[in-house]
Design a protein around this ligand. Sequence first.
Ligand code: ARG
Length: 592
Amino acid sequence: MDVWFDVAHHLETALKAAAAELGWPAGSFTPDVRTADPRFGDFQANGVLSYAKASATPGTKQNPRALAQALMDALLRREGAALTDRMTVSIAGPGFINFALKPSFLLTWLRTFDREDDLRRGAGQRLASQTWIVDYGSPNTAKQMHVGHIRSIIIGEAICRLLEFCGAKVVRDNHLGDWGTQFGKILYGYKHHLDRAALERDPLEEFERLYKAADAACKESPAALEEARLELVRLQNGEADAVSLWERVNQLSIDTLNSIYARLGVRYDHFLGESFYRDRIEAVYRELIGAGLAVESEGALVVFHPEHPRFATQPFIVRKSDGASNYASTDLATMAYRVEHFKADGVIVVTDARQNDHFEQLWLTTQKWFAHAGRRLPQFQHVTFGTILGEDGKAIKTRSGDPIRLKALLDEAEERAFAVVTEKNADLPEAKRREIARAVGIGAVIYADLSQNRSSDYVFSWDKLLSLDGNTAPYLLYACVRIASILRKLEPAQDVGAENATPFETPEEIALARKLVAFPGAIDQAVSTLRPHFISLYLYELAGAFSSFYNANRVLVDEPEVRARRLVLCRRTLMTLQTGLHLLEIRTLDQM
Ligand code: ARG
């Protein structure tokens, strides 16, 4: 029997075919199959209700329940035993169709998808042969990252992994802010205030100090201000010494950033910062003007969107009145490059919600420009997120009111996790405890972020995120460790192969098996909304279903066929938890 990986998706296709057979006009019916309330089944098709409403004509009413019945009959006629061997189908409420998987199918599914690679292959149909560019992290160079930068990195990386899991080729691109007026001051500061020892110790810290020193000097002395301005002009004109100094600043920045990215499990394919596009912007102006999209306004070059309530009067400024390009023109050139060079099918940019207007205008402009120029239009998503709050409910800060450095935050996570691990496991060698603490500490910070709907703000609390109870990384990591240890203690004679298992019987076995088979649904929700918290929520519920099962059903019973199916559940739970945690950038452990 061909085992459907994503049962909901399979049902949608079958329902559409059944609707076509009934003569429901193409496009008028969307099956809308979702994971159901477990009391009623595994999946529910909700689409008949909206179809009934939409297809009613004045004076005639459609009876949704009768329509659901007709659709179900057609479905059963078409699919026959292929369907009824796998599940029971019934009508509920005003016109829902419920599908409840049979225990024998649950077992077949779990036998088929028994390794991370199998799940990956199953999910991998979805975006196969598509290329997606994910632009995330993307800080300004010559500056340290602070805690505000972490969400873009963590959420962006989780999205990369999700897309890859679904079969896409992903290009991880860091769109560094490495070009702009600040470099005049940084170069000035480098020439006049450099502390070489400090630069050796911590380049980004020193660049920040140099910028501040130069800024102060410029405020005090017109001569300094003029010199900084000239530095910028020399850089923009490509004078060798200015360019090589600027390159050095950027290279040191990238090296330092990389050491933090590595701790978070992130490796970029490209660092195509703003500077990369500086020679590609003139062509954008030409095309926008040629298309009649860009117009001069008060000396600047701007794009209005007359159809839009705000952007009809608030234009997208693409060239400043002093003739300089900006963030907007750079992003337009970036869009074109990503399609031309990487053949991108989709582009995702991850930033906080304050950049909403910019990306809305960017996308409106891109669509019109590409249509006019006959360029291929990719899909585009601006992925945004809320703020991390301190326990006082305000944006998180240090005691002295400064932003918290990302490096300091990660150090503290590891230190705190080390204390917890040491308390629990004093006899492990220190190196081992450090290794565990790294996975737990960093994992806890990552998970605290990804377990929230990214659109919301969330309160950062060390006690909560390091807790072994609740929806936390330590809880899930510990669940893995516990199952791994059950499996490790197994004696060869006790380890009955999955082929000897009988279908699930107890309510806890069935509940856990259904939760495992619901994994593709969690992937679907997460990838179609680009919201990784659907995975976290699923993993948390899965761990709960495992606990209930394990507390109620002894695994090492005498009957070999019962033991076999319970071992299948243990193994698949462990594998699914690990797969999900890896999607969320969390390293799993066999000991804690
Ligand atoms: N450097 C920008 C910032 O710090 C983020 C860049 C996002 N990517 C982009 N293509 N605009 O806010």
